[in-house]
Design a protein around this ligand. Structure first.
Ligand SMILES: NC(=O)c1ccc[n+]([C@@H]2O[C@H](COP(=O)([O-])OP(=O)(O)OC[C@H]3O[C@@H](n4cnc5c(N)ncnc54)[C@H](O)[C@@H]3O)[C@@H](O)[C@H]2O)c1
Length: 352
């Protein structure tokens, strides 16, 4: 058994005593697929079932290399399916929930799918655990966007949630349900809130992949507003390691902020990518800002660092270079996923 899988305060005991049986939801998405690979590479004593509805952010080829690995199994389905989730949670030690609609712009155009998957889906998981396997631990993968923006300083875990977009509101609501289920029913829940991720297998519509792809194609790169909005960036494998740490050592009912410590404006990020790729800065085109666009996100992650001993291992500059190289080398992966917003030569006009 992996050291730290059980212990005081984690309220976490393996059902089998030997293997950790893990249900990963949304495991065909960007972070979920990186997490599954990370866990299977790191631990031999683990079995993973991945349930994913194959919504637009997913891609089965993200986990192509696991075909034939007996420790891994895929089930197609939605976390909103009460019957399915009831069955799946029965035989697991823990659930890590990545399943979500994740694109902020899409949530502004149509919030309903976000409410269903991100809020209602989490309630379905909590009920499935409560009714079928009250010992299972849930790690709810949340976001810094739930706190809203902050001009100076950094949010701590106990700060008020003040989401700006429908996406952030749906994620914040899920966190509140998790806390309520811990308090009322004693469920073993941990919530994580992480800053912006980047790395291989990120859907082409997101800022970093979109910039790399459009720069490769010599297309103009759209930036919302003045480009001064600041985000803190974390390399996806550092996030995966933090989640694995919370899964094994996180205390029942606790929330952990996960931050990369790399704050940059969108303009700085895009400029750095263009520099790395040897493309001219005049490819940048400023476009109409996103409504309710948060100015700055920032998290204080001292709790996970001091209590659980996690800290990010990867340097931003090297990871950004690795990511650029990955997209250049893996056109087979992103080409079938990239829609009009990425592949049209002139920046699009979004209808908010
Ligand atoms: N990407 C980031 O920077 C970031 C930062 C902090 C937190 N998060 C959170 O991490 C999680 C994963 O984000 P991501 O960027 O990998 O997203 P993604 O869009 O790449 O992946 C989401 C996955 O969830 C699946 N899914 C959606 N609805 C589902 C449902 N009802 N049932 C089953 N599967 C469903 C999709 O098919 C997809 O495979 C999300 O919960 C997101 O809120 C992301």
């Amino acid at each position: 058994m992996t050291p730290g899988a059980t212990g005081r305060g984690t309220g976490f005991t393996l059902l089998t005593g030997e293997k950790m049986r893990l249900l990963v939801t949304g495991g065909y998405g960007f972070i979920g697929s990186n997490f599954i690979r990370h866990v299977l590479n790191r631990h031999t004593d683990v079995e993973i079932v991945n349930v994913d509805s194959l919504s637009y952010g997913s891609n089965p080829s993200n986990l192509k290399n696991l075909e034939g690995d007996k420790r891994y199994r895929f089930v197609r389905g939605s976390i909103c399916d009460t019957g399915l989730m009831g069955e799946l949670v029965k035989n697991v030690d823990a659930i890590v929930n990545f399943a979500a609609e994740s694109h902020v712009d899409r949530s502004i155009a149509d919030p309903w799918p976000f409410f269903r998957s991100n809020t209602e889906g989490v309630l379905v998981i909590l009920e499935a655990i409560r009714r079928n396997n009250g010992n299972a631990k849930l790690v709810q993968v949340g976001t810094d966007e739930s706190y809203g923006d902050i001009l100076e300083g950094s949010f701590k875990e106990e700060d008020r949630l003040k989401p700006s977009s429908p996406y952030a509101a749906s994620k914040a609501s899920a966190d509140l349900f998790c806390l309520a289920y811990h308090r009322t029913y004693g469920l073993n829940v941990c919530i994580t809130r992480c800053t912006n991720n980047f790395g291989p297998y990120q859907f082409p519509e997101k800022l970093i992949p979109k910039t790399i792809i459009r720069a490769m194609l010599n297309f103009r790169i759209p930036i919302y507003g003045s480009g001064r909005n600041v985000r803190d960036w974390i390399y996806v494998s550092d996030h995966c390691e933090a989640l694995d740490t919370v899964l094994r050592k996180g205390r029942k009912g606790e929330t952990y902020n996960i931050a990369g410590g790399n704050e940059f404006s969108n303009l700085q990020i895009v400029s750095r990518i263009l520099e790395l790729m040897g493309r001219p800065m005049d490819l940048i085109e400023f476009v109409e800002d996103r409504p309710g666009h948060d100015v700055r996100y920032s998290l204080d992650s001292s709790k996970i660092r001091s209590e659980l001993g996690w800290s990010p291992r990867h340097r931003f500059e090297e990871s950004l270079r690795t990511t650029v190289e990955w997209y250049i080398a893996n056109e087979w992966w992103w080409r079938p996923l990239a829609g009009e917003q990425v592949l049209h030569p002139t920046p699009w006009k979004l209808k908010w």
